[in-house]
Write a protein that binds this ligand. Structure first.
Ligand SMILES: [Zn+2]
Ligand SMILES: [Zn+2]
Length: 142
């Protein structure tokens, strides 16, 4: 005994006792700290999708600090913030869509160009003029 249990999520030392740790792990402060830890890895798009259809939390109105934090089933973002987030998400989305459109066009052009290239290079008349080494190779294959 003596060594304390350290909770990474809560950055807190608690008594190294099974029932106390268990109690800690189901406690709201711990669950909130854990959820907030994972929340930081979410993209704005994910966060937005989660909060978009939630009704606003009471804490938004009276300016109080909501005890539930990210665990709250209500949103902690104002309508303006949701609007801003939507704007940002859409703005970051747009260029990649344009980029893939450009890439698709480019690839289509490459296909047309390489078809032309093959046609020119390996035109029937051209094939007949293949170097001897190559026709030799062809012969050995059959
Ligand atoms: Zn904890
Ligand atoms: Zn709340």
């Amino acid at each position: 005994m003596g060594r304390k249990y350290y909770c990474d999520y809560c950055d807190k030392r608690i008594q190294n006792d099974y029932s106390i740790i268990k109690q800690h792990n189901i406690g709201l402060p711990h669950l909130r700290a854990k959820a907030e830890y994972f929340d930081q890895f979410k993209s704005m798009e994910e966060v937005l999708a989660e909060v978009k259809y939630k009704p606003p939390c009471r804490s938004l109105k009276d300016g109080s600090d909501c005890l539930f934090g990210v665990l709250c089933r209500y949103r902690h973002f104002t309508s303006e913030q949701i609007c801003q987030m939507e704007h940002l998400v859409n703005r970051t989305k747009e260029p990649s869509q344009k980029r893939s459109e450009r890439l698709r066009k480019y690839l289509r052009n490459v296909k047309v160009r390489s078809d032309l290239f093959v046609k020119k290079r390996f035109d029937k008349t051209e094939v007949e003029k293949l170097p001897a080494s190559m026709s030799l190779f062809e012969n050995s294959m059959t």
